[in-house]
Design a protein. Sequence first.
Length: 412
Amino acid sequence: FSSDSEWRGAQLDYSRRITDCCNLPPFPSTGTLRPSDRKQREVALFIDADKFQHQYIDEIHEAVSQVGNIRRQCAYVSDIYPTKAEKLQSASFHDVSIKVCPTVAGTGTIRKTKSTVDAHIFIDVMNMKWNAVKEGVDAFAIVSGDSDFKFLADDIRASTDFEVFAFVPSSEPNIVAAYQDSFSRVFRYGRTLTGSTQLPQNREQVLWEELCRLRYIPEDHAERLQGNKQVAKHPHLELFLRAHRLPIPKAHWKEIRQSMADAAYDFIGSGKPLIPKPSDLMYIQSTLPTGTFTKVREYTVIDVAGMSQSAVVSAAMHFLGLAQANAAIDSETIKRFVRLQEGSYSSPPLDPSLTEWDLDKQVAYLHRIFTDQQTWTEPWIRAQRAQVLRGTTAGGTGAPRMRSRRPVNQGF
């Protein structure tokens, strides 16, 4: 080109040709489709189905109808849930497209896979933004409790005239102001159905503060869990109930957290003496060397009062799938444990010369590691095919009591 102006003119002409071929306006915000030009918005609905219970779909549809018509809708589910896509094909989901998202190999110091659901939603929302006029869409609705979608909403609202709505489960105790400001409106769903896993916000706050004060929630957890994540977890509540000789509720895994929270809150409000966390209640959590890290996490609470150091280590090894119940501990078991932890998130790190010590020194060291509850370690890696017996520990005998965070590979 002989001049800059000629070059810019050619660029503009090239852009017009591409636009004509795609039958799209240069950009939705400069086209003729504006929310103010329509009596009713046309909404594209995106559902993070990994974190969504399918029975709420009618409630979502009813809420969207308050702001517009559903023009496109898609639910995204990870392929680590082989049966979940089938469940989503229920009558309630007959108009919802299901997109199964493949997992990818994770990175870091632990061998795991990572869900790509969020990435697929991001890509499809951005594609829809650029093709909104062609698709007849002028609003977006995102069903997810993931705070990462805040930035997606910021981009759409800053670069277009479109509105973006968020749907957050009512189990979230609170929503930070910055998140709400990113969306045109934030809806809470799950209120009309039973099975919420949390108490009202004021009660959750009381429970959190008391369990922190009594050290059932360790300092590292209190520092790590901020904002709407300041909610007592299953192990915090079970430790409190067992320390106060209260029965552990028997319920479905979805309901047991709220049952434990109700029992703990009622006891705190009863005026009876509250006991700080006893040192003889040992907590251990574990995960698998492969798979989605958090979704296969399990924990156990063991009453170690009266147990020898060897019995405590043996119980821990049994929970990790490395020893039979009440089996005598040996150096070979400890070597397998050390090899399993190599390259994991286990903290504190194990002494690199542990496998070279004599058995008594190994047992004493691991006993101190497992029973040091000043801070809670990240999950230990358990054996891939661990068969953990569910039961109770009475006087230091029997299989350790274990409660799963949720069934492995269970969709809902």
